[in-house]
Write a protein that binds this ligand. Structure first.
Ligand SMILES: *Cc1c(COP(=O)(O)O)cnc(C)c1O
Length: 575
C-alpha cells in the first residue's frame, strides 16, 4: 500500500491504557481495539481524537451506592509526544488554535499506527476555549458542538498540518465526527476558488459535499435516539462560524427539520454505512430506509483481552494466534482438565482482588456470575432481581452462586444511577444467601480481570437496543460462556448449550404487546440458571468445560477485531 492509502479513523473516545482516561465505554474500547488490530495487520491507519485532559470521570460510590463524579487529571506528557504543527478552527467568530499529541500503537510485528489527540489548551486561546478539549461527554450541548467542530473540522486540518495530504478513506466511528464531511467539501471549494483566483464564495452545497462521499465511511453504534447528536439550528449558526457563512447560507438544505442531525449528515455523505452486528444493521436499515445500510459485526483485540493464564495456554498449543486469530478454532483440541485449570487461575486472581476491595468473603469454588457495563435503563442490570425470592430459591436448590457487578452511569443519567442503588439494596438484602459485590470505577484493567475470572457472563439488554455489545466477546475468548438476551452480537454468537445460553430465544417477543417483557425475560433467565447452567457447573464439570472450550473455538476465533478489520478492508476501505 502506498502512502496515499491512509485510512483516517475519527473517534470521540479511545481506550488505549487505563492511565489515559480518554474513553467512557464500549465505543472507546472498540476504537482502541480497532487501532491495535490495524497495527497488527499493518494497515496504514491514522487515528484522531480529543485529548480529554480531565477524562470522562472517576466514579465514587458511597455506602448506599450513590454515584458521584470527579474529574481525572493525568500526566499527558508522560504518555504522549507533543507535535509541532498547529492548526485552527473558528468558533463563534473566535480563532481557536489546536495542537496534537501523538501516541504510537505498535502491532505484533512492530508496525506503528499513530493516534493524534487534539488539544485546545494553548496560551493563544482564551481561558474558556482552552477547556474545550477537557471533558469527554461533559458540559451542555453547546460545549458538545464545540468539541465536534474541533474533532471533525480541526481533525481534518490537523491531518493536513501533519503532512497527511492524501487520505484514502475517512472513517467516522459514530456521528460525533460527521462535520468532517463539511470540511472536506470546503477544501474542494477552496481549491476551486484558488485555481480560479476568485474570492471565497458561499458555496458549500449538498451537491459539493456529495463529491466527497466516495472517501467517507460511517459506522453507527446505537439505535437509541438519544445516542444521535442533534443540534438546533440557531445554536449551529451561532457557533459554526468557520466557512465565511458558507454553511449558514445553506443551512436549510442540511437541516431540513430545523436541527443539524450529525447521524444524518454522516449517513448522507458516506459511500459505505454499517451497523455493528447483523441485527443492528437491520434495525438501522429501518431507521434510514432510503440508504443502503450494511453491517460488520464488532470484535475485540484478542491479545489484549485474553487473560495471562489463557494467553499462556494459547501460546502452548496455538503458536501465532496473536496474528492469526482464526487459529483459535484449534481450542476444540484443548483438554477439559487443562482449560478448567487455566480458568481457575484467572478466577482465583479475580476473587482475591474482589476480596481485598470488598471483604464479603467470595469463594473461588463457588459459581460466579459477572455483569459489567454502562449502567443505563435498557441494559437492565437489575433484571436478575425481579423476583429475588426465586433467586434465593435457586441458590438453595441448584447450588450456591455469587455475583460481581461493575459499571458507570453517565453523570446526567439519573435512572442509570438509580439502578446502581437498587443493586446495592439487593446486595444488603440478600447478603446471607447470595454474595454480591459492586466494584467501583470500571476500567480496562478491571474488565480484563473480571471478565476472564467469572464462570458466566450475564447480559440482559432490552431488544433491540443493544447494537452489539463486546464484553461477551471478551468473555468467550477467555472460555467464559454467556447467558444473554438475543440481541446485538449474541444473535450471531449463541449456539444454545454449545457457546452459552439464550434468554427468551423467541425473538418475536419484542413485537408482542400486552406482555411484560421484563417478566418473561426474567423467568427465562431463572429457569436457565436453575435447570441447566448451575446444575451443569456443579454436577457435570466436563460438559461445562466443553462449553468453555467451544466459546473460545467458535466465538473467540471469530468475534475479534482482526476479522472485523478485514471486513472493513474488503467492504469499505479499499473498495
Ligand atoms: C468492554 C468494555 C465495555 C463495553 O462493554 P459492553 O458489553 O459492550 O457494554 C465498557 N467498558 C469497559 C471498561 C470495557 O472493557
Amino acid at each position: 500500500m502506498g502512502s496515499k492509502d491512509y485510512i483516517a479513523y475519527f473517534t470521540m473516545e479511545i481506550g488505549l491504557a487505563d492511565a489515559m482516561p480518554t474513553y467512557a465505554g464500549g465505543l472507546g474500547i472498540l476504537a482502541g481495539d480497532t487501532v491495535r488490530s490495524a497495527a497488527d495487520l499493518e494497515i496504514p491507519m491514522v487515528a484522531l481524537t480529543l485529548l480529554h485532559r480531565k477524562g470522562y470521570f472517576r466514579q465514587k460510590l458511597d455506602a448506599s451506592g450513590t454515584q458521584t463524579e470527579e474529574p481525572v487529571s493525568w500526566p499527558v506528557p508522560e504518555w504522549l509526544f507533543e507535535m509541532e504543527p498547529r492548526c485552527k478552527v473558528e468558533i463563534e467568530g473566535r480563532i481557536i488554535y489546536l495542537r496534537a499529541w501523538k501516541y504510537e500503537v505498535k502491532g505484533v510485528n512492530g508496525y506503528v499506527v499513530p493516534v493524534y489527540f487534539l488539544d485546545a489548551a494553548l496560551p493563544e486561546n482564551s481561558e474558556w476555549d482552552r477547556t474545550l478539549t477537557d471533558y469527554l461527554y461533559g458540559g451542555d450541548e453547546h460545549y458538545r458542538l464545540c468539541q465536534e467542530i474541533i474533532l471533525g473540522i480541526g481533525g481534518v486540518r490537523m491531518l493536513r498540518a501533519l503532512g497527511y495530504s492524501v487520505i484514502k478513506r475517512y472513517h467516522m466511528n459514530e456521528g460525533h465526527a460527521a462535520l468532517l464531511t463539511l470540511e472536506l467539501a470546503y477544501e474542494l471549494a477552496r481549491q476551486a476558488w484558488e485555481a480560479a483566483y476568485e474570492p471565497i464564495k458561499q458555496i458549500i452545497t449538498p451537491e459539493l459535499v456529495h463529491l466527497i462521499k466516495p472517501m467517507c465511511v460511517f459506522t453507527t453504534h446505537t439505535p437509541v435516539p438519544a445516542g444521535h447528536d442533534k443540534f438546533p439550528l440557531d445554536l449551529v449558526n451561532r457557533v459554526l462560524t468557520d466557512y465565511h457563512g458558507a454553511f449558514v447560507e445553506r443551512e436549510k438544505q442540511f437541516c431540513p427539520d430545523g436541527v443539524l442531525n450529525l447521524t444524518s449528515l454522516a449517513v448522507d455523505n458516506s459511500h459505505y454505512i454499517n451497523g455493528v452486528a447483523k441485527r443492528h444493521g437491520t434495525v438501522t436499515q429501518q431507521m434510514f430506509q432510503e440508504y443502503k445500510i450494511d453491517s460488520i459485526t464488532n470484535g475485540v483485540h484478542a491479545a489484549t483481552w485474553a487473560s495471562q493464564p489463557m494467553a499462556d495456554l494459547f501460546d502452548r498449543h496455538i503458536p501465532g494466534w496473536r496474528e492469526d486469530n482464526i487459529s483459535l478454532r484449534h481450542a476444540v483440541n484443548f483438554s477439559k482438565r487443562e482449560i478448567r485449570m487455566v480458568h481457575q487461575k484467572a478466577k482465583q486472581e479475580l476473587i482475591a482482588r474482589v476480596n481485598l476491595i470488598d471483604p464479603v468473603g467470595m469463594n473461588p469454588d463457588v459459581f460466579t456470575i459477572g455483569f459489567a457495563r454502562r449502567m443505563t435503563p435498557y441494559k437492565r442490570a437489575d433484571l436478575l432481581f425481579l423476583d429475588s425470592a426465586r433467586l434465593v430459591d435457586i441458590a438453595a436448590k441448584s447450588g450456591p452462586f455469587q455475583i460481581i457487578y461493575a459499571g458507570k452511569a453517565h453523570p446526567h443519567d439519573q435512572a442509570g444511577k438509580d439502578i446502581i442503588k437498587h443493586l446495592y439494596q439487593m446486595k444488603a438484602m440478600l447478603k446471607d444467601k447470595i454474595k454480591i459485590v459492586y466494584l467501583e470505577e470500571y476500567s480496562i484493567d478491571l474488565a480484563r480481570t473480571l471478565i476472564a475470572g467469572v464462570d458466566l457472563w450475564l447480559n440482559t439488554p432490552q431488544p433491540p437496543l443493544e447494537a452489539s455489545g463486546t464484553s461477551g466477546m471478551k468473555a468467550a475468548l477467555n472460555g467464559v460462556p454467556s447467558l444473554s438476551g438475543m440481541d446485538g452480537w449474541w444473535v450471531e454468537g449463541c449456539i444454545e448449550g454449545v457457546t452459552g445460553w439464550a434468554i427468551s430465544q423467541d425473538r418475536g417477543l419484542e413485537n408482542m404487546e400486552n406482555i411484560d417483557k421484563r417478566v418473561v425475560d426474567a423467568q427465562s433467565l431463572y429457569s436457565k440458571l436453575e435447570m441447566i447452567i448451575i446444575p451443569m457447573f456443579y454436577n457435570e464439570e466436563d460438559r461445562y468445560a466443553e462449553v468453555m472450550r467451544s466459546a473460545i473455538a467458535i466465538n473467540g476465533s471469530f468475534f475479534n477485531t482482526e476479522r472485523m478489520l478485514n471486513q472493513y478492508i474488503a467492504k469499505a476501505y479499499f473498495k
